[in-house]
Unconditional design. Structure first.
Length: 393
């Protein structure tokens, strides 16, 4: 159900450089409320009545979850490109690294527009064009792109693409080395580096983060959805991770640990309150404690918490998989081997037998991401980012 709320009522949780355990969270908004006047956002609309920002309820598979929708009904026709409507968050005039992350969905495109692409989010600096790095949406190709700029205003366009499918995708934008001539901008979508570029940001400082439709052709018409926005100093949490012994035994409780990691492999705490569900495609029971005393598959992490302990009591041997799903973070699958008590080491540890098995969920039988090893190209790109982070942060 769609309902409008006054934009000033959106709540933005602004945290000024909390502990290192928080990934140095600067701001977070899940667009779920509660609604309090005077949230940390400012709202800019150059096309009032044409482009609206609304909170939409229950659209992410959870009736308690809401998200932000930009509704652009088209407005003028022609080639004019201008500011539309967006949320802005003032950033301290610091140098170094900032990450911006949000979920994005191309809800609908009525008119792609006569200009190639539009900005949906970005990190801005005190350059003549005020922009460090932006995430662009190209409705004519249904894709996301990265665009970053030198401090002098020159445009850098090496840019990769990520083709959208109408579903939700997690975009993470990094502007690293601001204030130096060795900056890096990078866009990571669903855990994959889409594009990176070196950039000269000598003498520049951050000014603000933006979200919505900050810049677009007037004749673009459509609906763009956003959720779980955050700005952090270090890479934000991105994906769940399940820790489980590679070999477990039928009838014996196996402890499980659920944590969240960033795209660089660092352990990160929850940005805000988040709920998740564990699934097991073998025969057995899940518990909400590591001693297997309280049956349950659902868990909750509050802001700043890093770890959930659960338990698995398997009943039938085989190579099986666990999966965690939850809002705001990418799901993960981890496989294990269930042995009979006297099986010894006859079975291989871990891995998938490719069998969706009893209790398999839709989309779960496509094979395990056992080990979850990223591609070499991703490792190289992330190593470069990490090296630059160490130099300039
Ligand atoms: Ca939400
Ligand atoms: Ca428009």
């Amino acid at each position: 159900m769609l309902r409008s709320r006054p934009l000033r009522a959106l709540v933005l949780i602004v945290v000024a450089f909390a502990s290192t355990a928080s990934a140095q969270l600067i701001a977070y908004d899940d667009f779920n409320g509660p609604l309090v006047d005077g949230g940390g956002w400012s709202y800019d609309a150059h096309r009032p009545g044409v482009v609206e920002l609304r909170v939409v309820d229950g659209g992410r598979g959870d009736p308690n979850d809401s998200f932000l929708r930009v509704v652009d009904d088209g407005g003028m026709t022609g080639m004019t490109q201008r500011t539309q409507a967006y949320l802005a968050l003032v950033l301290a005039a610091d140098r170094g690294t900032r990450w911006l992350r949000h979920w994005f969905r191309e809800a609908s495109v009525t008119t792609p527009g006569s200009v190639a692409n539009l900005t949906i989010s970005g990190i801005q600096i005190d350059s003549p064009i005020a922009t460090a790095a932006e995430v662009k949406f190209w409705p004519m190709q249904n894709d996301l792109q990265l665009q970053c700029f030198t401090g002098a205003g020159g445009q850098v366009l090496p840019m990769g693409r990520f083709v959208l499918d109408g579903g939700w995708h997690l975009a993470e934008l990094a502007a690293q080395g601001v204030g130096t001539d060795a900056g890096i901008c990078a866009l990571v979508v669903d855990g994959t580096v889409v594009a990176t570029s070196g950039v000269d940001w000598s003498g520049r400082t951050f000014t603000q983060a933006i979200l919505g439709e900050p810049w677009a052709a007037d004749d673009f018409a459509g609906e763009l959805d956003f959720d779980a926005f955050a700005v952090t100093v270090q890479a934000p949490p991105s994906v769940w991770r399940i820790s489980v012994p590679p070999v477990v035994t039928v009838g014996q409780c196996a402890p499980l640990k659920v944590e969240m990691f960033d795209v660089l492999g660092g352990l990160r705490p929850a940005l805000g309150t988040t709920r998740g569900t564990m699934f097991f495609n073998g025969v057995g029971e899940l518990f909400t404690d590591s001693a297997c005393t309280t049956a349950g598959s659902q868990f909750r992490l509050d802001a700043g918490e890093t770890t959930v302990e659960m338990g698995l009591l398997p009943r039938v041997p085989g190579n099986k998989c666990l999966q965690v799903e939850g809002t705001d973070y990418r799901r993960v699958t981890q496989c294990l081997t269930v042995e009979t008590p006297d099986a010894g080491s006859a079975l291989d540890a871990g891995g998938s037998d490719g069998d969706a098995g009893v209790g398999a969920r839709s989309g779960y039988g496509v094979g395990c991401s056992c080990g979850s090893e990223p591609a070499i190209a991703l490792l190289l790109a992330l190593a470069l980012i990490r090296r630059m982070t160490m130099r300039v942060s």
